[in-house]
Design a protein around this ligand. Sequence first.
Ligand code: KIV
Length: 272
Amino acid sequence: MSVAKKEYKRITVKTLVDMKANGEKISMLTAYDFTMAKIVDGSGIDVILVGDSASNVMAGHETTLPITLDQMIYHASSVVRAVERALVVVDLPFGSYQSDPKEALRSAIRIMKESGGHAVKLEGGKEVKESIKRILNAGIPVMGHLGLTPQSIYKFGTYTVRAKEEEEAKRLKEDALMLEKAGCFAIVLEKIPAKLAKEVAKSVSIPIIGIGAGNGVDGQVLVLHDMIGMTHEFHPRFLRRYMNLYEDMTAAISQYVEDVKTEDFPNSEEQY
Ligand code: KIV
């Protein structure tokens, strides 16, 4: 269904819930720095996620586990300085919320106070229910994340599609209902069968944002560096590349190297 796009000056958590109710799809991308966030926000994105994928994309780690709360706050505050319209959601990194609800609240408060982000996201279902409640009680909006939750990669052992079996699918459906009941304003569903994601999206009134979860959900999220083709070794089926920046940048930089070496750059008009 194609729905006329309503103009929103500023996206809030309420806007997202209204979008779902009105059948308008939600667009979400990651960003981790000021310059990229300015482009993404200026392009009309609804939600910017300062994802812990910064651990992979920005720092070159193999997993999302090493990134720290301080590092997430650094990335998030750079993004917040650039953004005028989008809702900025910041990931709570691994180790900053799992041990107990009080620590989860302290971490969420640090993100909100020190970065100026508008909401936090955390991974998991009933095992993090108390932490979610504690954060919400402090007035901090929470986005859930179910399915392939990368902070649990060592438990899963692989990045393949989750919840293909009935038992895990049932647990995921229960967790989604629990997150809605607890007060989350939205849920990310990562890498699960499209049919299951659609069923979950129909069963709750809060928006379901998918990544590798098909088109029966209320919005889509991708990692910015993947969708603009800056990363080039990652080819999951769900990824649509809108540009091939890795190749374009390599060509541009090689040309610059050549121009410097041959003294073509700078020319007479490029100096004082
Ligand atoms: O960290 C991240 O980029 C994410 C998205 C993949 C949803 O959590």
